[in-house]
Design a protein around this ligand. Structure first.
Ligand code: B1M
Length: 210
């Protein structure tokens, strides 16, 4: 039986070696990768978030925890398939300007790749003009915007406005997501879709392109 509590504890204590050991043991015991991700890593990162908010963890420690999580996500990546491949899904994904959070955005990209889409991950702190030029360059059909800060949510609207002003709005479907983002906000800023997590984001992208 996988010890999800121990994984959360290792993440909170930024103990990368212990965390990797626990994840590998759980995989060797045939624990589904999805359970390790959700009940071990994401649940642990939620505790890190609470501690950060309360001033019990500081930025360097949070970065170490994020790095440890990233290593484990890399191990889980090939095991997190979403099944049936989508057709013609050329996707660009990035975290909007001013925002450096990338773990969730990378998970979304990874799940879309597993669903058979071609994903161009632009990275973090991506301005509207870069999204516009990448839509043209990559001939994207789906644009995915991620934001983790309430202060960067308005940048999602600015990005959508820039895409519209560039005359590209009819060419692409725009999806938004990230912890503070809601369906109501997505509707308000004129996005085509919102998904609360990586799995549903991949499913939504398939629906939007097919
Ligand atoms: Co930041 N941070 N952080 N941080 N950080 C949060 C987001 C915060 C909630 C912590 C807190 O105070 N409780 C808070 C935001 C508060 C708010 O805006 N209301 C916060 C803050 C304040 C800050 C700084 C301002 C702190 C400071 O400097 N004083 C600063 C800002 C820097 C910047 O971006 N300009 C900052 C910095 C950082 C680090 C760099 C240290 C680090 C990021 C490292 C990295 O990403 N490489 C960090 C981290 C790790 C967090 C927390 C702890 C964890 C985020 C995370 O990775 N979660 C976070 C607290 C929390 O979320 N519990 C916090 C795990 C990840 C799997 O979940 O990203 O939500 P998430 O992704 C999910 C869904 O949201 C969804 O799918 C994913 C997987 O299921 N999803 C999408 C995401 N994108 C999607 C796109 C879609 C669809 C779904 O479609 C396109």
């Amino acid at each position: 039986m996988a010890d999800f509590n121990a994984m959360q504890d290792a993440l909170v204590h930024c103990d990368q070696g212990r965390l990797l050991g626990l994840v590998n043991t759980a995989l060797a015991e045939d624990t589904p990768a999805k359970d390790i991700l959700n009940q071990g890593l994401i649940a642990g990162m939620d505790i890190v978030g609470e501690k950060m908010e309360n001033g019990d963890m500081f930025i360097p420690e949070v970065l170490m925890a994020a790095k440890a999580m990233g290593e484990c996500v890399d191990i889980l990546k090939p095991l997190l398939g979403e099944g049936e491949a989508a057709r013609g899904g050329n996707v660009i994904i990035g975290t909007v300007k001013g925002d450096l959070h990338d773990i969730g955005k990378n998970l979304v990209g990874m799940m879309m790749e597993s669903a058979g889409m071609t994903v161009h991950n632009l990275g973090v702190d991506i301005g509207p003009e870069a999204f516009v030029s990448q839509i043209k360059e990559k001939n994207a059909r789906i644009v995915c915007l991620s934001a983790l800060l309430t202060t960067t949510m308005p940048m999602m609207k600015q990005t959508i406005d820039a895409i519209t002003e560039a005359g590209l709005r009819d060419r692409v479907k725009i999806m938004v997501g990230g912890a503070p983002v809601t369906k109501a906000f997505a509707d308000e800023i004129g996005a085509d879709g919102f998904a609360p997590d990586a799995g549903s984001a991949a499913r939504l992208a398939k629906t939007l392109v097919n």
